[in-house]
Design a protein around this ligand. Structure first.
Ligand SMILES: NC(=O)c1ccc[n+]([C@@H]2O[C@H](COP(=O)([O-])OP(=O)(O)OC[C@H]3O[C@@H](n4cnc5c(N)ncnc54)[C@H](OP(=O)(O)O)[C@@H]3O)[C@@H](O)[C@H]2O)c1
Length: 298
């Protein structure tokens, strides 16, 4: 157990009673290689989750399509009965055929089944937050109406299976459409110090009090590599990954972190990033990483 109370400060999801620490944990890395099947070391996966919660993490991101089913089953094994303050955010909208690909699963039946799979495998009566994950163009979001799949989640919320709804891999236009239909508490898109397509979106979400939860905060399957990160890390006595996480925390107060790891050592390192203060000149150097970015430090 590590002694750390500073996890980036807290964030309260707008119009809810859910308050969490800004430094959370993403559980995708707990499944086997390719996010498929059981982990190589199941005991280590359980240890990572317990270490996170013991350190004060109260925001875990998951999906029943990680594994599939495996990640949620490990979360349940490691943490059930869950601490009252723990918020588990899951996502629906994809499924994993036997060829291990990721395909859209947005029909009413598929979404209903996905929500019930999450309920069963997590061992809960209601899901705290469910993100509707759109597949976009296979790389990033693409414009299309989300009214039909969102209607299925709104129905499941009315039935009590879901407490709050979020969106993943969406554009500002899709968020605006969703907000005509229901309350949206968070947006989960790809973003990190090197991929800043959502800069304006983040600012507009901040103004609305909506959480922005970047996936691939460390680069995901292609870990971030940059001489500016290396230089900042060595000048601060930190690691490049810690600098990347600290940059996100300083970028905007509505950014919540869910770095993924299968290692207790990396988990500790990532959580300690919340205590790192990046000076203004370092922020300026890091802001130059994203190609063509002319933004000032945030
Ligand atoms: N909404 C979506 O479509 C979507 C898509 C992808 C992910 N997500 C969510 O976002 C979370 C975060 O994304 P992610 O896990 O894919 O990517 P990530 O957090 O950017 O990076 C994870 C990778 O970085 C490595 N890593 C973690 N900490 C490290 C450290 N301190 N030093 C060196 N390497 C480190 C991990 O390997 P080790 O295991 O060896 O530490 C893993 O390979 C996921 O867990 C998932 O919950 C959502």
């Amino acid at each position: 157990m590590i002694d750390q109370t500073d996890l980036g400060g807290s964030f309260t999801f707008s119009d809810t009673s859910m308050t969490i620490n800004r430094m959370g944990y993403g559980a995708m890395q707990l499944a086997g290689p390719g996010v498929w099947g059981p982990p190589r070391d199941p005991d280590a996966a359980v240890a990572v989750l317990r270490e996170a919660v013991n350190a004060g993490v109260n925001h875990i991101d998951t999906s029943d399509f990680y594994g599939p089913h495996v990640t949620n089953q490990i979360i349940r094994q490691a943490l059930h009965p869950y601490p009252e303050e723990l918020v588990i955010v899951t996502k629906v909208g994809a499924r994993r055929p036997e060829d291990k690909s990721w395909v859209p699963a947005l029909s009413r039946q598929e979404l209903t089944d996905a929500v019930h799979d999450n309920l069963r495998n997590l061992g809960v009566d209601a899901l705290d937050v469910v993100n509707l994950r759109l597949m976009g163009d296979g790389i990033g979001p693409s414009e299309s109406s989300l009214a039909e799949p969102l209607a299925s989640l709104i129905e499941l919320k009315k039935q009590g299976a879901i407490r709050h709804i979020g969106l993943s891999n969406v554009t500002p236009t899709q968020l605006a459409e969703a907000q005509t239909l229901t309350e949206i508490v968070c947006v989960q898109n790809m973003y990190n110090v090197a991929h800043r397509e959502d800069d304006d979106f983040i600012d507009s979400l901040a103004a609305q009090g909506i959480a922005y939860v970047p996936f691939f905060p460390l680069g995901g399957f292609t870990p971030l590599q940059s001489s500016a990160l290396d230089a900042a890390a060595s000048s601060l006595g930190a690691t490049p990954m810690q600098v990347a996480l600290a940059w996100l925390l300083q970028r905007s107060p509505n950014i919540l972190l869910i770095p993924g790891t299968s290692s207790v050592e990396h988990l500790r390192e990532n959580l300690h990033a919340a205590t790192l203060q990046l000076p203004a000149h370092t922020l300026t150097e890091l802001n130059a990483i994203a190609t063509g970015s002319k933004r000032d430090a945030h």
